[in-house]
Write a protein that binds this ligand. Structure first.
Ligand SMILES: C=C(O[C@@H]1C=C(C(=O)O)C=C[C@H]1O)C(=O)O
Length: 381
């Protein structure tokens, strides 16, 4: 099952008719177009759903489903949402990977690279590996994540080769829109610069205002906005950010966000082409792109897989929508891997980046009822 859900609007797909063969020799946009206009796609919905991995050299996982529908309401989450009152699973093992001290050391190494002018921004991530007492149902997790109206909940199967122990699913609730295309209208809503939400209202407001006026966070944010404007400009008649940079909140985080809107030229790429063009933005990679990706490969202990990639759909008309795969977990039976990252620029504080990544785990931890482990999180994660 594939599902995107936000504020009582859903996009869902069932079944797998054909997996898109991707490979060298053509761009993702060409692969998508050739497939959707070719004989193989006939008889099924004219759309591909799936995910792009963080590492653009790794294969995308896109497929034509048996059924595709969009509509209002809870969609396939309706049943699980009603059932949410019942008891959940008890977790029994949780381990950070790398541990917080090693993550802080990674951040210090990134700051050294920034100090030598090898790069200006890099996003470093870490994981939490959880082993639950019983297999975790991704649909139940999605239903709990969907309570946040300011994030897009997503759930999709990962390629069969992802997990040796059986099927695995990527589930999350992302606040960040990589790109959407409807006819000639294009929208991207990048976020960068973050602060944890606080239970006390005055403290929460103070955290938001501090973020809005933080020089470090504004610099971190502008790398992303400029990269997206530069990539989209050659394909647009009109392009701008009418509301400028504003605060954006989810249930657990504040962010700086800029909604970018444009009108595409007639020969502009399709939604899949635009996603491939923009990804990875400096919100998840860094700046300059090549140097940042090299630093991520050198510093992070393991491949990101589909975390910080893109999740979405593209249709035969070129319309579609792609979200940055954040605040998510890869679920395989009773095992979960949560991943979260933070942007490092000159002036970043390693301990603050540990705390920011810890805060970004909260949405998923709440969805699997692990927020009661908060004391443990403060000391060990
Ligand atoms: C990398 C993540 O988030 C990204 C990084 C942000 C930041 O550095 O402030 C903010 C939002 C996202 O673009 C994540 O949630 O894992």
């Amino acid at each position: 099952m594939f599902a995107l859900f936000r504020a009582r609007q859903f996009t869902e797909a069932e079944g797998l008719r054909h997996r898109l063969p991707t490979g060298p020799g053509a761009s993702l946009e060409q692969h998508v177009e050739t497939f959707l206009q070719g004989p193989q796609a006939e008889g099924g919905p004219p759309v591909l759903v799936g995910a792009l991995p963080f590492d653009v050299r790794a294969p995308a996982y896109l497929y034509q489903p048996e059924e595709f529908r969009r509509g209002s309401g809870w969609g396939m989450l309706a049943g699980p949402i009603e059932a949410c009152a019942r008891a959940f699973w008890a977790p029994f093992q949780i381990a950070p990977e790398p541990d917080p001290e090693s993550y802080a050391a990674m951040v210090r190494r990134a700051l050294d690279m920034i100090g030598c002018n090898r790069l200006t921004k890099v996003v470093l991530s870490r994981s939490l590996c959880i082993r639950a007492a019983v297999p975790v149902d991704p649909l139940q997790v999605a239903a709990r994540l969907a309570r946040d109206p300011d994030a897009t909940t997503f759930m999709l199967p990962l390629p069969p080769e992802t997990c040796g122990d059986g099927p695995s699913t990527l589930v999350g609730a992302t606040p960040e829109l990589l790109v959407s295309r409807r006819g000639t209208q294009v929208v991207s809503h990048p976020l960068a610069g973050s602060a944890r939400r606080r239970p006390d209202r005055a403290e929460d407001e103070a955290a938001a205002q501090a973020l809005l006026h933080s020089d470090k966070d504004r610099r971190e944010h502008m790398f992303v906005v400029e990269a997206i404007l530069d990539s989209l400009a050659p394909h647009c008649h009109q392009l701008g950010a009418p509301a400028g940079t504003t605060l954006y909140s989810t249930t657990t985080m504040w962010h700086l966000g800029t909604r970018i809107e444009g009108v595409l030229r007639d020969d502009a790429p399709s939604a899949a082409g635009l996603a491939a063009l923009l990804h990875p933005t400096p919100a998840v990679g860094g700046s300059p792109r090549c140097e940042a990706l090299e630093a991520i490969r050198a510093l992070e202990p393991r491949d990101r897989g589909f975390y910080a990639g893109a999740v979405g759909w593209s249709d035969v008309r070129g319309d579609g929508e792609w979200h940055v795969a954040l605040r998510c977990a890869e679920i395989c039976g009773a095992r979960l891997r949560l991943q979260a990252g933070a942007g490092i620029v000159a002036g970043s504080d390693p301990e603050a980046e540990v705390a920011e990544t810890r805060a970004k785990f909260q949405a998923m931890l709440r969805a699997i009822e692990m927020e009661q482990a908060e004391d443990f999180l403060e000391t060990a994660l």
